[in-house]
Design a protein around this ligand. Structure first.
Ligand code: PMP
Length: 408
C-alpha cells in the first residue's frame, strides 16, 4: 500500500536549519528558527534552569515512573496561575482544567482535537480562523484533525503594523460561534500585537458574534519582559466571561525547547454549572490524551515546577527573562540605527515597533534568497527574522547586506 504514498516536501524551517549547518562560511548568520541565542550566537541554558536541574539531580527520591495522564499537578497548577493570575476567580470557582502536553505544539493539537470532537453547532464542526499570516504549523495542526481553516486579515503590509479594521471586519463577518485563534503576545511571525484598546475592540466583536477564542501563548515574558503584562489579553478575555482555550509553551521562556514542556487549559465561563462542566471536559481530555501520548514527559515539567514553586527561583527566572528580552531589544535598536545610518531605502521604525522574538522585515522572497546566496544569511522566505540570531558581532554585517540588496 505504501507504493501510493507521495513524497512530501521537507518542512521549510527545519530545511533552513539544515542548510545553515551545511554552510561553512565564517560569516554565516542564522536568523531562521525562533530559539534564543546569546551574544556569542550560542544556545543559552538559563542559570535558573541549571539550578533547578542541580536540585533535581540531588533529590534521592526522584524516579522515572509515569506521570498521571494530565501530567505533573505542581507544574500545571502554577502554569495556569502564570496565565490567569493566581487570584483569578476562575480557580476559586473551579472553572479551569489544565493538562500537561508535548510543549505548545501538543497543546494546540490537543485543543484542536477537542474542538473537532466536541465543538459542533447543529452537528457540524466550526471553521477555525487564523491570522494572516500565522505560525505555519497552525494550518496543518487544525487540518490534520479534520477542521476547516480560513484566515482573518492581520498584518498591514503598508504600515507593517496591525490591520485592526480588516481584522474586526472579518471577525464580524464570520459565522456565529467560529473558532478564532489568537496569539496571546509576541505574534509569530510578525512581531505585531494589538494594543490594550485594540484587544478590547476585538473582544467586543467576538462577544457579539459568540466566537470561541483559542489563545496560543508561546512567548509569555518575551514580549514586554513582564510575565503579567504578556498575559493581559488572556486575562481580559477571562474577565469578560468567555469560554476559552489556551495553548501554553515553556520552550522559549524557560529555554526548554527539546524537553517539550507545555500545557493546555480549558476555562469555562462563569455559571452555576461551570465546575461540573469543567470536570466533564477534563474527563474527555484525559481520554484524548491517553490515546495520543498516554502521559506527558517528565523532565521539563519538573524543571519548570521547581522554579515556579520556589519564590527565590521564580524571581531569578524573571531576571533571566529580562536578560533575554533585553538583549533582543538592544538588537532591535542596533539594527534600526545601522540601517538608518546607512540610509537604506525605506523606513525601519517597524524594527523597533515590533516586539517579541521576531521581526517582519518587509524584505521580498527574492531579496531573502539573495541574502542567503550572496551573504550566507538564513531567514524564512516571508521576510521574517529571529532577532535572537543577531548579536554585537553580526548586526552590522547583516545591516550592510540588507542595504546592498535593497539598493539593487
Ligand atoms: N505557537 C507558536 C505561535 C509558536 O511560535 C510556537 C513555537 N515556534 C509554538 C506554538 C510551539 O512551540 P513548541 O511546541 O516548541 O512549544
Amino acid at each position: 500500500p505504501a507504493e501510493a504514498v507521495p513524497q512530501a516536501p521537507e518542512d521549510p524551517l527545519f530545511g533552513l536549519m539544515r542548510a545553515y549547518r551545511a554552510d561553512d562560511s565564517p560569516d554565516k548568520v542564522d536568523l531562521g528558527i525562533g530559539a534564543y541565542r546569546d551574544d556569542n550566537a550560542k544556545p543559552w541554558v538559563l542559570p535558573v534552569v541549571k539550578k533547578a536541574d542541580e536540585i533535581l539531580r540531588n533529590d534521592p527520591n526522584l524516579n522515572h515512573e509515569y506521570l498521571p495522564i494530565a501530567g505533573l499537578a505542581s507544574f500545571t497548577n502554577k502554569a495556569g496561575e502564570l496565565l490567569l493570575g493566581p487570584s483569578s476567580p476562575a480557580f476559586e470557582e473551579k472553572r479551569v482544567s489544565s493538562t500537561q502536553t508535548i510543549s505548545g505544539t501538543g497543546a494546540v493539537h490537543l485543543g484542536a482535537l477537542f474542538l473537532a470532537k466536541f465543538y459542533k453547532v447543529n452537528g457540524a464542526s466550526r471553521t477555525v480562523y487564523l491570522s494572516n499570516p500565522t505560525w505555519a504549523n497552525h494550518n496543518q495542526i487544525f487540518t490534520n484533525v479534520g477542521l476547516s481553516i480560513t484566515t482573518y486579515p492581520y498584518f498591514d503590509k503598508k504600515t507593517k503594523g496591525l490591520d485592526i479594521e480588516g481584522m474586526k471586519r472579518a471577525l464580524a463577518d464570520a459565522p456565529e460561534r467560529s473558532i478564532i485563534l489568537l496569539h496571546a503576545c509576541a505574534h509569530n511571525p510578525t512581531g505585531v500585537d494589538p494594543t490594550e484598546e485594540q484587544w478590547r475592540e476585538i473582544a467586543d466583536v467576538m462577544a457579539a458574534k459568540k466566537h470561541f477564542p483559542f489563545f496560543d501563548c508561546a512567548y509569555q515574558g518575551f514580549a514586554s519582559g513582564d510575565l503579567d503584562r504578556d498575559a493581559d489579553a488572556i486575562r481580559y478575555f477571562v474577565e469578560k466571561g468567555f469560554e476559552l482555550l489556551i495553548a501554553q509553551s515553556f520552550a522559549k521562556n524557560f529555554g526548554l525547547y527539546g524537553e517539550r514542556a507545555g500545557c493546555f487549559h480549558y476555562v469555562a465561563p462563569p455559571s452555576p454549572q461551570a465546575a461540573e462542566i469543567t470536570t466533564r471536559v477534563a474527563s474527555q481530555l484525559a481520554i484524548l490524551q491517553r490515546s495520543e501520548i498516554s502521559n506527558p514527559p517528565i523532565y521539563g515539567a519538573r524543571i519548570a515546577s521547581t522554579v515556579l514553586n520556589d519564590k527565590a527561583l521564580f524571581e531569578e527566572w524573571k531576571e533571566n527573562l529580562r536578560t533575554m528580552s533585553g538583549r533582543i531589544l538592544t538588537m532591535r535598536k542596533a539594527l534600526r540605527t545601522k540601517l538608518e545610518e546607512l540610509g537604506t531605502p525605506g523606513t525601519w521604525n517597524h524594527i523597533t515597533d515590533q516586539i517579541g522574538m521576531f521581526s517582519f522585515t518587509g524584505l521580498s522572497e527574492t531579496q531573502v534568497l539573495r541574502l542567503r546566496e550572496e551573504f550566507h544569511v538564513y531567514m524564512t522566505k516571508n521576510g521574517r527574522i529571529s532577532m535572537a540570531g543577531l548579536n554585537t558581532r553580526n548586526v552590522e554585517y547583516f545591516a550592510k547586506a540588507v542595504d546592498k540588496i535593497v539598493r539593487e
